[in-house]
Design a protein. Structure first.
Length: 141
């Protein structure tokens, strides 16, 4: 598809404006900016598969490469900093449905992971607790 000259010019101008707007200030490169933003921000990834993986097969998160996404060495280094594993309860679990046992076991897995690495992990169930964990330099689950 060939664009008309005015449309092509408009798209080029918009692209340049967008790149200028997202470019890091002061010569900071994207990797440095991303690392800085990650250190300074609280980012909650509420879809974390590690508890499910550990439920199916327990591994020690203290070992590098324990899972494809998260391990303690990467948390300390900052490559997976401030991950959040939430344990939710399936609606049928509240009524004693078939997911109840599995849900409670996955919650137990999260508690076991936190207990096995208290130097870096902390259980947090409120915004205040998440902020305190960040201030203390700890990740949370």
């Amino acid at each position: 598809m060939k664009l008309s000259a005015p449309l092509a010019g408009l798209l080029a101008a918009l692209s340049a404006a967008l790149l200028t707007a997202i470019a890091p200030a002061g010569g900071e490169d994207f990797a440095a900016r991303a690392a800085r933003l990650q250190r300074e921000s609280i980012v909650v990834d509420s879809h974390e598969d590690v508890p499910w993986e550990l439920y199916r097969k327990w591994v020690d998160l203290g070992k590098p490469g324990a899972t494809k996404d998260v391990d303690i060495p990467r948390l300390v280094k900052g490559a997976s900093r401030r991950r959040s594993s939430r344990s939710t309860c399936h609606p049928t679990a509240r009524r004693g449905g078939p997911q109840r046992k599995e849900t409670l076991e996955i919650i137990d897995v999260v508690d076991r992971v936190v207990a096995s690495h208290p130097e870096i992990l902390v259980s947090a169930s409120s915004v205040a607790e998440i902020r305190a964990a960040k201030k203390a330099g700890r990740s949370r689950s």
